[in-house]
Ligand binder design. Structure first.
Ligand SMILES: Nc1ncnc2c1ncn2[C@@H]1O[C@H](COP(=O)(O)OP(=O)(O)OP(=O)(O)O)[C@@H](O)[C@H]1O
Ligand SMILES: [Mg+2]
Length: 256
């Protein structure tokens, strides 16, 4: 495929600096600083409640009313932490949320076309974009006239990912893409995430399936109780005894 409108620069596409998030009295993030380069996959792994979704939602500007973020969020060096979500979308930030929010009664194709609504690149027709997404996800093409609400879990995940890609994002934020997927389908979804790297998109992959995430990622962070406790190249993290003990141990392997 050739989603070639994604910037191919190899600089830092997205960075957070000292990002803090509070939900009323609860502090969910305690000064998180991460970098994601264009054309790289960065994973954030960590247990339930660590603040992984909070991190993605803060970057997208989608915290709930009781959520408050401070610190810097930079897109290609420009501060965007105070921008409304529309402006972040316009910059090419796209989020596939933990609850795949699709329009259930609309068809697969209509859901995809809605994703192109904020497309940053006008050089390609909607038809061409759709063609590229169908090339990437043949299953969606087969089912393009089916109502999104009747798709299987894996198909729904593919549709949510395809819809985000229709906007030709420069930064792709993925919240637990493996959640609820059978191992075969999960492998397909991770293979697609890996292929997207070649388009130059900067991917931030949040996962509880640490084994699969560290396998596909270039770099990783461990987030625990709202703080980054470890970071490094994904291969080195996967070999780190602390990571192995907490996230990749024998019992974890069974579910990975
Ligand atoms: N709207 C909210 N109001 C109050 N507290 C919240 C809110 N949303 C999240 N939290 C709290 O913030 C912390 C981080 O939650 P978050 O959803 O970011 O974790 P997570 O790492 O994504 O967990 P999971 O792996 O279960 O998805 C948790 O303690 C959670 O209870
Ligand atoms: Mg979460």
């Amino acid at each position: 495929m050739s989603i070639d409108q994604v910037p191919r620069s190899c600089g830092v596409a997205l960075a957070t600096r000292g990002l803090q998030v509070r939900y009323g009295a609860v502090q969910a993030l305690h000064g998180v600083s991460i970098d994601i380069h264009a054309g790289k996959i960065v994973t954030v792994i960590g247990p339930n409640g660590a603040g992984k979704s909070t991190l993605l939602n803060a970057i997208m500007g989608l915290l709930p009313d009781n959520g408050m973020a401070t610190g810097r969020i930079e897109h290609h060096g420009a501060e965007m932490g105070q921008d409304p979500v529309e402006r972040r979308l316009g910059r090419g930030i796209a989020l596939v949320p933990e609850r795949r929010e699709l329009f259930a009664s609309m068809t697969v194709q209509d859901n995809l076309e809605l994703g192109a609504y904020r497309r940053r690149d006008a050089r390609k027709s909607r038809q061409q974009c759709l063609h590229e997404i169908f090339e990437l996800f043949p299953r969606l093409q087969e089912r393009r006239r089916q109502a999104a609400g009747t798709l299987s879990g894996g198909e729904r995940q593919m549709l949510a990912l395809g819809r985000a890609l229709m906007s030709a994002p420069s930064v792709l934020l993925l919240d637990e893409p493996s959640l609820g997927l059978a191992p075969r389908v999960m492998a397909d979804v991770f293979a697609i995430i890996a292929r997207l790297r070649d388009t130059g998109v900067a991917t931030l992959l949040v996962e509880q399936n640490s084994r699969a995430a560290l396998k596909v990622a270039d770099y990783g962070y461990v987030l625990e109780l709202g703080s980054i406790t470890l970071q490094g190249p994904a291969g080195a993290l996967a070999a780190d005894p602390q990571v192995v003990a907490a996230y990749l141990g024998a019992s974890k392997a069974a579910v990975a």
